[in-house]
Design a protein around this ligand. Structure first.
Ligand code: 5RP
Length: 223
């Protein structure tokens, strides 16, 4: 059973005519974008969208989903995105797909952030998944050491042997903590390091979690 598609198909029911919608990034968000395109074709749904990555924007273009810019709206009505981990307070780790900065900008300009995923994403406490931190390349070595001093095992993300470069021309350091008991405190500590652009902890941003299980059951958690 395709749990990612089941969660995505549930989430896209929330999309209504005339909405401005944030399109997430990743293998789960892929199905949401695909589903929105399908509803536009089959039902005549009209929306406009902002994408959280170059690859989601390319997918939207291929489905004729109109992409607008931030000057074209006051707020997004709804964003549908995946996550690497979600806790029961709807705090998240995101950025496994490297799009955390755009995802957080879009999420923080959206009235509703719907997070979709399979059961493996729902955890009691965040931290098993290494926390992605987007950093500028200048001074990277020092930023790396400052992150390490917070008690994590940092790793510079690589792609084909070279540093992975984000859509914003930055690098990502994946930080493995033993656990993240206080996500808000860690979020603030990391973002106070000069050289850090943003980190993948999403605190008080998600409004709803839609989790699908192998049996096809859907669990919904609201903020
Ligand atoms: C990308 C993300 C994704 O939402 C996250 O990595 C989940 O991806 P997937 O749906 O492929 O498991 O944060 O930056």
């Amino acid at each position: 059973m395709n749990t990612k598609k089941i969660a995505a198909d549930e989430a896209i029911k929330l999309v209504q005519n005339g909405m401005t919608v944030g399109l997430g990034t990743g293998s789960t968000a892929y199905y949401a974008i695909e589903g929105i395109g399908r509803r536009m074709r089959e039902e005549g749904l009209t929306i406009r969208a902002i994408a959280t990555s170059a690859r989601s924007e390319a997918q939207a273009h291929s489905l004729q989903i109109p992409i607008v810019s931030f000057t074209d709206f006051d707020h997004l009505d709804l964003t549908i995105d995946g996550a690497d981990e979600c806790d029961y307070n709807l705090n998240l780790i995101k950025g496994g797909g490297g799009a955390l900065l755009r995802e957080k900008i879009v999420a923080s300009n959206s009235r509703q952030l719907i997070i979709i995923g399979d059961k493996s994403k729902l955890v009691q406490q965040l931290g098993r998944f290494p926390l992605p931190v987007e950093v500028v390349s200048f001074g990277l070595e020092k930023t790396f050491l400052k992150l390490k001093a917070l008690g994590c095992q940092p790793t510079l993300r690589l792609a084909e042997g070279k540093p992975y470069v984000t859509d914003n021309n930055n690098f990502i350091i994946d930080c493995q903590f033993a656990a993240i008991p206080d996500p808000k405190a860690l979020h603030d500590q990391i973002n106070s390091i000069v050289g850090v652009v943003e980190n993948g902890l999403f605190i008080n941003l998600a409004t709803q979690l839609i989790i699908a299980s192998e049996t096809g059951d859907i669990q919904t958690l609201n903020a």
